[in-house]
Ligand binder design. Structure first.
Ligand code: FES
Length: 63
């Protein structure tokens, strides 16, 4: 995965920033939104965010 890829264009939030939020304890879309602000402006990235959160949470749970 490209961690420098921007997932939320409104706030310039990258895949890596979503992963950091998940690793820091945000294990739902809502918590990631609260932690990063991603998906809180136009909402166009919500679906992509949800996929990332699901993926990072399951990765984290395997550790
Ligand atoms: S692209 Fe994420 S809120 Fe607009």
């Amino acid at each position: 995965m490209d961690f420098d890829k921007v997932v939320c264009n409104c706030l310039n939030i990258t895949n890596g920033m979503i992963k950091e939020a998940v690793d820091a304890g945000a294990d739902t879309l809502e918590k990631v939104q609260a932690a990063t602000g991603a998906g809180t402006v136009c909402g166009a990235c919500i679906e992509d965010l949800q996929h990332l959160v699901d993926e990072f949470v399951s990765e984290r749970n395997q550790k």
